[in-house]
Each structure stands twice: as structure tokens, then as C-alpha cells.
Design a protein around this ligand. Structure first.
Ligand code: SF4
Length: 378
């Protein structure tokens, strides 16, 4: 029987690097191929992390570049920037992720059945920007629920309940089986226009099922998928079915530090001074140094910590009139001393407010609004 390919995309961020370390240590029997989609505009810290990770894994991390770009020996971002006639990408015209991350990944996988490991943590509530190609199946090892939304939807649908109960008969009995039977036969009532509430109701039901046995739930899903043409159906057994680990942010940092791969340099917090007070900033993500998703304080960080890159980002704005990385503010305006002072003060106030609320991970709060890009920031 053809076996599926197992792949893991390294974004240059902490979570995907930690996932590579975790899978290598916990499931060495999985033969995983690693890849990195290079935009040619990453920070040096990202390339350094990849090098250290290759050393630790003892495996090459394949650098994927679109064929047409590779043949010309051009910088991937600049190539597409020209072909989009100097239109900078933005969150509403996000050609960068499509052209430099998703398409090279799909070309790399081709039509082979593929299991793709995704580093979304157990303390996150998102699915990420994942490929929807039928031959690519995403698995989420850091979460209690390793399956994608699409699979869970199928497993919990009323029309599959008899089928699912048949599989449960093979793995559970007694009280646990009765509880599961009640849960499975109780229809999941979802409201058409309320995705957030639907997500919560689905998660509650899932948690109750998981409480009756997580490996048992996973075995049921695995059996259910056997005749459903998912890549995992080509596996005879799958070690992650028995996985009960849930990894959250602290675990990720611990894994990175203990492996000596280390935390990417841009996460290290640096002090800044404003009005006699000390604040701290860092970059909260991997990805292109000029990423339009970054917050104002991260632009200030870039200006103060990597002034050469800030200047290069400014040059893109100068090439085409009216185009800026940030809405309503050019990079030239952003580094006016009064504006830097204002950005730092606002940032410090926000940090202090979060601190007084007891929030632990202030830097992660900064990126909450854009946490959909596993390809760039995971
Ligand atoms: S990091 Fe930002 S700019 Fe770079 S590809 Fe991703 S979304 Fe686009």
C-alpha cells in the first residue's frame, strides 16, 4: 500500500520549530520531511534558527522557492512585487502568502497523499491558514484535538452517529460507552449565523467525548476515516492516536531552550525608555521584516534594532506613490521623534493595563488580531 508523505513546514517562528523537536523526540519512527518557504525577506535570526534546527534534527530543511523564481535566481518577494506592478501586499490583497508560501508548498507536495503537521498550540483557538487540497491532511499534535475542523464536523454529524457508535463498540464498554452513546446521539444544534457560538458548542461536546478516553476517540476517528480517502487512511496504525500531550506556550519555550536550538533571537525582549519609565519590546513573529501585519511598536523595534532593514522597507514605499505598509501612515512619518514617543507611551500604557489584569503573555496579545497565518508566523 502507498504510504502518505509526512511533512512539516518550518516558518521560522517558535511553534513550528518546537513541533519539529517534539516529533523527533517523541515519535522518531515518523519519517518527516521538513521544508521552509523562503520569501527572501526574513530576518537573519530566522535563517540562524533554521540552521540550528537542521543540526538538531540531523536532517535538511528543504528551502522551497517557486520554480520560475529559482530559475531566474531572483529574490522571491522582489520577483512577485514586480509582477504585481509594484503593488505592496496587504491584508486584503495578500498575494505574498499565496505566491510564496501556499503555492510552493502545494507544488512540493504535488498529488501525493500527504500528512502535514501544524504547530498550533493547545492554548490557541484557531485552525490557521492551511491547504484545502484533498490530498493534504493537517494534523495538530500540540492540541488535545489533533484533527481538522472538517473531520470533526463529519464525525459529529447526526447522519454518521450510527457508524461512529459501531466503532465505539470496539473500544469502549460499560459506563464510558453509555456516556459516549448519549453524547453521540444528542444532535449538535448549530446556529446558521453564529460561527463563534457554533465553535464553542462543538468544542464542549468534543471535550466531553475526550473525557471518556482520548486515544479511544482518536481510534474511532481513524477507523471512520479508513474508507474516506484521507491520507491517513493509508496508514495501518498511527502513533499520534495514543498521544495525550497538550503543549502550551511555556512548553514551547522549554522545548526550544532545552534542545539548545534556542528561541529565535527576535523574541528576546529589549528595554526602551519613555518619560523616565522602562518598557520592553520585541518582535512577536517570524516572517518578512516588513510584514504589514506588524504593530506600530514592532516597526519602532525594527527601526531601532535593524535600521538598515527599516530603510529598505521605506524604499518600497518610495517606489510607488500612495503605497504604505501601514494604513494611513508612512514609515517616514512613523519614525518622527514625537511619533516614536507616542507609540512607546501607548505601548507602555497598554502593557501596564494588561499587567494589572494579570495577563501573562503580553507580547502574544500584540498579535491576537492576526493569528491566522501559520504559514508565516507559526
Ligand atoms: S510575513 Fe507578512 S509580508 Fe511576508 S508573506 Fe507572510 S503575510 Fe506576507
Amino acid at each position: 500500500m502507498t504510504k502518505p508523505k509526512h511533512v512539516l513546514g518550518i516558518s521560522g517562528g517558535k511553534d513550528s520549530a518546537a513541533l519539529a523537536i517534539y516529533l523527533r523526540n517523541t515519535y522518531p519512527q515518523l519519517d518527516i520531511n521538513y521544508y521552509f518557504c523562503d520569501t527572501g525577506k526574513e530576518l537573519d535570526e530566522t535563517y540562524q534558527l533554521i540552521e540550528r534546527l537542521e543540526g538538531y534534527l540531523g536532517k535538511n530543511i528543504e528551502k522551497l522557492e517557486p520554480k520560475e523564481v529559482k530559475a531566474l535566481g531572483e529574490n522571491p518577494f522582489d520577483y512577485y512585487y514586480q509582477s504585481y506592478r509594484g503593488y505592496l501586499p496587504s491584508n486584503v490583497a495578500r498575494w505574498c502568502t499565496k505566491k510564496m508560501k501556499l503555492e510552493p508548498f502545494e507544488a512540493y507536495v504535488g498529488e501525493s497523499p500527504t500528512i502535514s503537521y501544524v504547530g498550533i498550540r493547545g492554548d490557541e483557538d484557531r485552525e490557521g491558514y492551511i491547504s484545502k487540497k484533498g490530498n493534504i491532511q493537517s494534523i495538530f499534535p500540540f492540541r488535545r484535538n489533533i484533527w481538522s475542523e472538517e473531520i470533526i464536523k463529519r464525525v459529529l454529524s447526526t447522519k454518521e452517529s450510527e457508524h461512529i457508535m459501531d466503532f465505539y463498540r470496539g473500544v469502549l464498554s460499560g459506563n464510558s460507552f453509555d456516556k459516549v452513546a448519549r453524547l453521540i446521539n444528542e444532535p449538535l444544534i448549530l446556529e446558521e449565523r453564529n460561527p463563534e457560538q457554533n465553535k464553542r458548542v462543538t468544542q464542549e461536546k468534543l471535550n466531553l467525548l475526550f473525557d471518556q478516553g482520548l486515544p479511544e476517540f482518536n481510534q474511532v476517528v481513524f477507523k471512520y476515516l479508513k474508507d474516506k480517502n484521507y491520507p491517513i487512511s493509508l496508514e495501518e496504525d498511527y502513533p499520534l492516536l495514543y498521544n495525550e500531550d497538550v503543549l502550551v506556550r511555556d512548553d514551547i519555550f522549554k522545548l526550544l531552550r532545552e534542545s539548545e536550538v534556542g528561541v529565535p533571537g527576535y523574541y528576546e525582549k529589549m528595554d526602551y525608555e519613555v518619560d523616565g519609565q522602562t518598557g520592553q519590546y520585541a518582535r512577536s513573529r517570524s516572517g518578512c521584516y516588513f510584514c504589514f501585519f506588524q504593530q506600530k511598536i514592532e516597526w519602532v523595534w525594527l527601526h531601532e534594532q535593524h535600521p538598515d532593514l527599516y530603510l529598505q522597507a521605506m524604499e518600497y514605499e518610495n517606489e510607488k506613490e500612495g503605497f504604505t505598509w501601514n494604513q494611513n501612515e508612512s514609515l517616514q512619518d512613523l519614525i518622527h521623534p514625537n511619533r516614536i514617543h507616542q507609540i512607546k507611551s501607548e505601548h507602555l500604557n497598554r502593557m501596564n493595563r494588561e499587567k494589572s489584569k494579570g495577563s501573562k503573555y503580553l507580547l502574544d496579545k500584540v498579535i491576537d488580531a492576526e493569528k491566522d497565518c501559520i504559514a508565516c508566523f507559526g
